[in-house]
Design a protein around this ligand. Sequence first.
Ligand code: NAD
Length: 459
Amino acid sequence: MTTTTSDQVIQSINPATGEIFASLEMSPLEDVPRIISRARQAQPGWAAMDATERAAIIAKAGPRLVEESERIGRMLTEEMGKPLNEAIGEVKHSGESLDAQLEEIVEALKPRELRDENTITTMQMDPYGVCVSITPWNFPILMPHSTVIPALVAGNTVILKPSEETTAVAIEYVSILNEFLPENVLQVVVGDERHGKALVKGDVNLIAFTGSREAGQHILATAGADLKRVILELGGKDPMIVLHDADIDAAADFAVNNSFRNAGQVCVSTERIYVDKRIESEFEAAMIERTNKLIQGNGLDPDTRIGPMINSNQKQKVLAQLEKAGQEGARVVMGGGAGEGNFVPLTILSDLNHDMEIMREETFGPIACVMSFEDEDNAVDLANDTPFGLGAAIFSKDVQRASRLASGMTAGMVGINKGCGGAKGSPWVGAQQSGYGFHSGPEGHRQFAQLRTISVPVS
Ligand code: NAD
């Protein structure tokens, strides 16, 4: 079963049970220009406040998100499938970290001054105007939160078009913010790809998109006609390199967790693992042992660690890639098979090569591809052999050697002996076809504002 949309209704299906979770009335497509026009009218009033005032209003939503985290978390699990503790954690984290996030954004947007002997220049960050945030379903709260908040603090009004798969949860998120925001500063459009396209074509100034490469390419091409600003956070095919001196337990813990978390439906899932031939069998055994302990099931069951695929389309895409790899000689080390309902068995593959689609194109499912190498520079070449470039990981006790390899990788974010997420203030950034612009961290926050310089002579 998959979520279906007609012209009027989105029918959201619980992916674990196949039952209808919610029927939501769509925003009529012909209303999109009116929605944009309301956002445009509300924008000057919102921009008239300074960033600190805007942040103070938004901050009130933090405790409310925390308060509502169990209720919304449960909805999230039912609408999207991830385990309840992760779903509650996603909502709670957004609320608990809001103050720190707002503080960082306000600081990043403060005017900066440059001086030389003749001129004093102030660099100020002005709003673009109306921002459209279009988001995917894999983190139904976190994804809207990552672009809506910096866009609002920068003085833009925002129209959120959440994924058609997770609209009910997104509406809850927007309702909480709208307990405090002035009218029409944040609106939600309930709809699918057609609504996304209509918004991108509409009279808007900034499009912050998180989703697939294909949709990102389409958005960039459409926005290009009017040179609208775009921020695109797209797909990935993240590699992990395990050097012979790696802590095998730590590497296997990471590999299993990061390949199968959220049923592999994470942009920075580890989809390819290149392991030194000398430790290949030990590493593979460690992965199998850990994978065997992961219980798949309905996310509401407290024992569940891994939920289903979001829908049958996503499952079919994963199975088709698996089947093709099998025909081309890949060996199923564990898992394989079709699985029940929307579930895909946790699968480890080996005997792989780079002619296979599964080694170069995003899978977005619980499949870990393990390939051995003899020469570590060759491992980097293999890791780079993909059009994507989001995250990557290297495991080795020799951090200097790992850092040298990291410098040669075509990924936006590389973790050594950890995942790709950086220290507080780091951006979330994809290289190559994984991104175009980026968000988070002071540099990311500034992408939601127009930089303007105002210069006066030194008197
Ligand atoms: P998707 O591209 O199919 O849809 C994302 C959103 O865009 C949805 O709201 C959809 O309705 C809308 N949309 C689709 N086509 C559009 C178009 N042409 N114009 C305007 N809007 C359009 O992606 P998905 O299946 O929801 O999400 C999975 C993808 O998102 C994966 O590729 C994943 O890697 C990526 N992702 C990336 C990041 C990141 O930070 N880089 C984070 C999460 C997910």
